[in-house]
Design a protein around this ligand. Sequence first.
Ligand code: ADP
Length: 506
Amino acid sequence: MAQNKCITPVEGVTSALLDSAQRFRTIFERANAGIAFADCCGNILDFNNAFAQLLEYERDELLGLNFARYTHPDDVAVEVALFNEIIANKRDGYRMEKRYVTRSGRIIWVDLSVTAIRDEQGNPANFVGQTIEITERKESELQYNTILNTTMDGFWLNDMTGRFLDLNHAYSRMIGYSREELLTMRISDIEVNERPEETRTRIAKILATGHDLFETRHRCKDGRILEVEVSVNYLPVADGKMAVFLRDISLRKQAEAALLEAKQAAEQVSRAKSEFLANMSHEIRTPMNAIMGMIRFALDTELTAQQQDYLQKAFSASQSLLAILNDILDYAKIEAGQITINNMPFSIAETMHRVVEQFRHRIAEKGLELFLNIAPDTPEAVSGDQLRLLQVLNNLMNNAVKFTESGAIHLTVEPVCTNNESVTLRFEVRDTGIGISKEQVGSLFQPFTQVDGSITRQFGGTGLGLAISRRLVELMGGEIQVSSIEGAGSVFVFTTQQELLSPLLP
Ligand code: ADP
């Protein structure tokens, strides 16, 4: 049977005190924070495990050690001053972020709170210090500050109402306001022409997608306007924040504007030249036609054989000159944007036969063969510009005949895509001529391009035919391509969009 033990009041108090001391010791030892007691000179009297572990000291090494021994030399003076203020009864305690140097020489950052324990007269007798290691936080703060103050871009941290919470030197330099001034301002104080609905849309986008990138303008302290590119990232903390990077693009904008102006001026000059060229070719063509007409009349009169020969040569030279003039006139008109595509009914089959008729004689003369292939499903009646289509086909056929010495020329047309209203036709001119090298194929459709000087002299031409053809094909809603093997032949393919006519042409 248990015996009731009688406890006197004094014994009870002692036991309660012992219990409380025990409890304090347990909390003290198990605390995550490092806790230490020091005397009035800052020498360690007692400490817990966390404190010893933080500093990497053994218990007996740390007892009696002065705090200055494990404080980073750069932080000693500040702390001694604070410590002395407590001794002089000017303050009760202090809190600071400081560095310790551990026994192995590592530098760690701590958040330290020191409080005085006063004696009965109210004078500080002992000190208790609580330390929490903040090295990681300090390192990321250091990295954050280093990055922000090294980057050439401006940086802000804002709350969602646009108030500046932080910003870097680069932005302060850009805008001319000091950091302190900006910390009392909002985005709307510096943004030019910012409309509230625009801001609302941007904020909604940032909240929805977490990011936004746009260009805007800021007014500097001295009134200058800054063109900036802004990249905003939403930070999902507390009420939300915006991390904003800003790049001064004023120079880029100026350069772009200057470039655009120069481009427009160059285009204007180029248009003026093309117009001049178009007018000149037109002016030359009229007397040219008169000269050719007169030669033709003269050829019909009675002439000696020699006179006949001279006039024939003059007529053929005039024909070549007229062909060149026509090319130049066409190209100039295309460049000046003066060419329009007609939309008149015509027959594809009849067009193809006209091309064949035009070249039949020359092809036979050169001993070449000619094959015409009109796919059976080719629509008969279409609407479009027959003359321009003929011009492209004639140019490609003319080249095929010019650059082929033996073999055959194939001229093909087929529909590649048809709907109720229109048809895409694919035309192909294939020859077995001298071909074109891979390097030259790329620039073939540029004006004044010819494969080489000697060939040009041998074959003649302006180097404008393919450039004109390409532009005409584009105006007819298609595209032109070439594939070729040097020495084996070339294939020129182009497409056009034609409106379908129904019923068929009579
Ligand atoms: P031109 O024939 O008046 O010189 P083009 O623009 O029609 O001008 O042709 C440019 C150049 O492309 C020609 O000078 C020639 O070197 C090359 N070329 C065009 N078609 C062919 C072809 N079928 N075979 C070989 N070379 C060709």
